[in-house]
Design a protein around this ligand. Structure first.
Ligand code: CMP
Length: 139
């Protein structure tokens, strides 16, 4: 079915000017970009977004990294968009990511892994609502 998923192009990718290549990869897979904007996340925004990871050893450095520069937040729409985009991203760890995936191509490390994508329908709904007003979505 047609789904929506939430995606972030992270600071490491924006800094290295990989934004256009990442968007081209997404569009080449048939996913439609139906909303998007650049943001400089505040500490509170990053902490709230990653609240499920609070208490993990990587949480504080993750928040510091996600606030270290601009990100691009976006909504992708398409057939099985949640799974399709996760497959396109590759695994969290770029060393184990499959050939041709965004993280295999571009990610630096487990933390600086270039992109985020929702892991479930529930996450997608929560994450879209966390960053977007309905009026910002151009479906
Ligand atoms: P993301 O899909 O945005 O969800 C949580 C993020 O935390 C993940 O991508 C990585 O950027 C980071 N992350 C997850 N696990 C680790 C880890 N073991 N070490 C460092 N960073 C991690």
């Amino acid at each position: 079915s047609i789904e929506r998923t939430f995606s972030i192009v992270k600071p490491d990718a924006i800094k290295r000017q990989l934004f256009g290549q990442i968007e081209a990869t997404i569009e080449s897979k048939g996913l439609k970009i139906i909303a998007g904007k650049f943001l400089q996340l505040s500490q509170e925004q990053a902490e709230g977004f990653y609240a499920e990871h609070e208490g993990r050893e990587f949480y504080a450095p993750l928040v510091e990294y996600m606030t270290s520069g601009p990100v691009f937040v976006q909504i992708l729409e398409g057939e099985n968009a949640i799974t399709a985009y996760r497959e396109l991203m590759g695994t969290t760890n770029p060393e184990t990511a499959a050939e041709g995936t965004i993280r295999k191509l571009f990610a630096v490390s487990m933390r600086e892994n270039s992109v985020h994508g929702s892991d479930s329908q529930e996450s997608a709904t929560r994450e879209i609502e966390y960053f977007f007003q309905p009026s910002e979505i151009c479906a």
